[in-house]
Design a binder for this molecule. Sequence first.
Ligand SMILES: [Zn+2]
Length: 288
Amino acid sequence: MSFVRVKDNVYLLRVPHGGTTTGVILLDGEKKYLIDAAGTSEEVDTYILPALSELSLSLSDIECLLCTHTHGDHIGGFYRLRQLGVKRIAAYTRSVPKIKDPLTYNIEIRKAFPKNSPPPSSSLVGTTVDLALQDGDVLDGRIELVATPGHDDDTVCIYDRATETLICGDSVQHNGTLVQGCGAYMYLEDYRASMQKLMRLSAKTAVLGHPFLPHGDVICGEAAVRDFLSDALRLTEVYRDFVAAEYARGERDLCTIARNLVNFVGGVMPEHLFLPLYTVREHMKEIV
Ligand SMILES: [Zn+2]
């Protein structure tokens, strides 16, 4: 498993994780940055370190480790990278307490739909953050944190000014990943505002945390990135209309609507329905 070159100074490592892949992004240059760290310590040892060494890099070459949000599939490797001596970890202010105690947060987000959530990721171990960043902060004149809540309240994009690349993590969902069923957002109004905000950046490339359906995990070209963001916005309207139609025909059970939504978007029915349920709950708030 190797880092794939997306463009000059931007590399993506697709780490196998839970039936899909989770992206680890290397921003190369005079200073080097890692964004996201896969799901477990084992994934760090098995995939991230060997892939770095293929590029003749080691952890000591990395200036700073950042994350797009604090879900386990993105920060599960943080503890291991800290243990191995990564120089510095920077994160969005809202993510700092969750990185310190990811398991508590992992349990917390399962409480909304306990019967439909997977068991907590008990392997998650917390670590400290060296530098807390606010929305709009820029590291080394290059790495800009763009708060893009919606999927969760601490989801961010990292905008690499040097390469005009937007590292999206899970901030832009479209129809979700192969194992998720449909696009998932816990905060719909924030999600829509975040898509508008991202469009104003005029990024030339976008790299996503997973292959999201139907666009995949790498989008190249300014027009393509703009279309991809407006498509994410359009899909929230498609979802809204679908949920409204379900409600209008008398359907009230969130699980049934969530299952119907997954079928409607052509998604694979997920083993646990909690992410589609969050999405449906948000659209129901607009209706009721
Ligand atoms: Zn993810």
